[in-house]
Design a protein around this ligand. Structure first.
Ligand code: NIG
Ligand code: FE
Length: 411
């Protein structure tokens, strides 16, 4: 199967294969080609270039992209897209004055989703989750990291991770799985934190490793959840199973989680709504990608991650949705890119870099995804006719996407 996309008004994010992330000043540049073509064979971008040099005329399919922009699909490196039910009532409670923390302290929040998931069969959980997966694919997402963390028992965590594996198998979208058993302390272990850590370390981790159900390890390192010491214990145990950390830090408080993650060679540190100079210093010179989740800030009305400060310090930045039932019931990367421009003062070039190549880096796949590069996977967004790429974040809330190609298949 071969596809030619021709007459592309502007082809965005053209990169050499050795570029795996972009940092600081370099994020201001988005390499593009005007009046371009892309040639796809099966699931691979085989060639691209200027229309005047296009030599392909016998392809199985031809897409005329006159007036349209083509870019790599979004790489959403942080989601909790596998969950059961919803938390609409907490949304209303927050409108009526309760905070996210107050709701959690009353036994709502994450534990509310845990209760619903416990009473949902694996099949039903899969069916509920794939409605959302199909939806985000339509919205231009071609790679998804998915976390467990609404199980909090061995059986339920395994159930979530198996659903993630099934999504990986049945859909063309690229999936990476993260074990987040340390998302909250389950009710049963409220007064026995050590008991829950033992369960994670001695029962969950060995089983998950044996069944090869996860690529990464995550911990909600936060006041009232997992302390620095508890986080470190879990990261050390996970290391034996070669699970690289991608951790939730600095959502509400800054107390050294970033430095701890960097010390353990985390692939990413995610949230960072609260960030101080020590955190920035810890990230300098590291291989850890800071990840901002602006639709979480939007939904919870908490501060936005200081993305401007992060980039101006010479660091890279990735953008992801955090799609989950409590703090971000949305998986729309287009909204994330817009919100990063509007609220975090990223330029469109920076936001697109953050949501493509840097997102791919934050999920360990930027050698195959996140840019228009010969040999990379054919994951492409074709927009509607738009005046320029600035229009994409500018026209927030609009659907500017005409077509999505994932793994060489038109969705
Ligand atoms: O990333 N902060 C921790 N976990 C999720 C929210 C989980 C929930 O409320 O269900 C987050 O925001
Ligand atoms: Fe999250």
């Amino acid at each position: 199967m071969t596809i030619l996309i021709k007459n592309i008004k502007e082809l965005l994010q053209i990169r050499e294969p050795n570029i795996l992330k972009v940092s600081g000043e370099a994020m201001k540049t988005l390499p593009t080609l005007k009046n371009a073509y892309v040639f796809i064979e099966h699931d691979i971008i085989v060639d691209f270039g200027s229309m005047e040099n296009c030599k392909y005329n016998n392809t199985d399919e031809v897409i005329d992209a006159q007036g349209k922009i083509v870019l790599p699909t979004w790489c959403d490196s942080h989601t909790h897209i596998v969950y059961a039910g919803n938390r609409e009532q907490e949304f209303v409670d927050r409108i009526n004055g309760l905070s996210y923390e107050e709701i959690a302290n009353r036994g709502g929040g994450i534990l509310n989703s845990v209760k619903i998931l416990e009473n949902t069969s694996e099949e039903d959980l899969y069916q509920q989750s794939i409605v959302r997966v199909k939806n985000v694919m339509q919205l231009g997402t071609g790679a998804l990291e998915i976390k467990s963390g609404y199980g909090l028992s061995t059986e339920a965590e395994l159930k979530m991770l198996r659903v993630i594996q099934r999504i990986k198998k049945e859909f063309p979208i690229k999936v990476k799985a993260t074990f987040l058993g340390a998302h909250a302390f389950p009710l049963k272990f409220k007064n026995n934190k050590k008991g829950y850590l033992d369960l994670i370390i001695n029962e969950m981790l060995p089983k998950i490793a044996k069944e090869n159900l996860a690529n990464y390890i995550d911990v909600f390192c936060e006041k009232g959840y997992f302390s620095l010491e508890e986080t470190e214990q879990i990261l050390k145990a996970a290391k034996q199973y070669h699970l690289t950390p991608k951790i939730h830090v600095n959502q509400f408080n800054t107390f050294g989680g970033v430095a701890l993650a960097v010390k353990h060679n985390a692939l990413s540190v995610d949230h960072l709504e609260e960030l101080n100079q020590d955190d920035i210093n810890a990230l300098k010179g590291s291989n850890t990608m800071p990840v901002a989740l602006p639709s979480c800030s939007y939904f919870l009305s908490i501060p936005y991650t200081p993305g401007r400060q992060i980039i101006d310090a010479g660091l890279p930045l990735a953008l992801a949705t955090d799609y989950n039932p409590g703090s971000t019931p949305s998986g729309n990367m287009n909204f994330v890119v817009s919100t990063a421009c509007i609220k975090m003062k990223l330029t469109p070039e920076e936001a697109i870099n953050a949501a493509t190549i840097n997102g791919a880096y934050a999920m360990g796949i930027s050698n195959q995804y996140g840019s228009i590069t010969k040999g990379k996977k054919a994951n492409l967004i074709i927009t509607k006719k738009v005046p320029s790429y600035n229009y994409l974040p500018y026209a927030f809330g609009d659907n500017s996407i005409d077509k999505v190609i994932i793994n060489g298949e038109t969705i």
